[in-house]
Design a protein around this ligand. Structure first.
Ligand SMILES: [Zn+2]
Length: 100
């Protein structure tokens, strides 16, 4: 089992989280399956990944909240036909939206 730093952790998981929108739980489970982390480290890595992506989004979006529906995604400000709103970044897997 090799040590994985935050940069590697972000690189390793961004495909699943940012592109495939599979969520943090999925990403952590794959890391366990691939023997990158231990099963007992689930909570620790869930929090780590959660913070990595929260910080990643904070660079672009000032306040980043967790999605109350799927509890995996983050609510990001989007511009729609009728103005701004917040939507879960896991769309189309989660369709939660919120008025601003
Ligand atoms: Zn969601």
């Amino acid at each position: 089992m090799k040590k994985i730093n935050d940069i590697e952790l972000f690189e390793e998981t961004k495909h699943w989280i940012l592109e495939d929108k599979l969520g943090i739980d999925f990403a952590v489970n794959i890391l366990i399956q691939d023997n990158i982390i231990k099963k007992s480290q689930y909570n620790e890595y869930y929090k780590k990944i959660d913070n990595l992506y929260k910080n990643y989004y904070k660079k672009t979006y000032s306040d980043v909240k967790k999605c109350p529906k799927c509890k995996e995604g983050y609510l990001l400000k989007k511009k729609g036909r009728y103005g701004y709103f917040k939507a879960c970044d896991r769309f189309p897997f989660c369709n939660f939206t919120e008025k601003i």
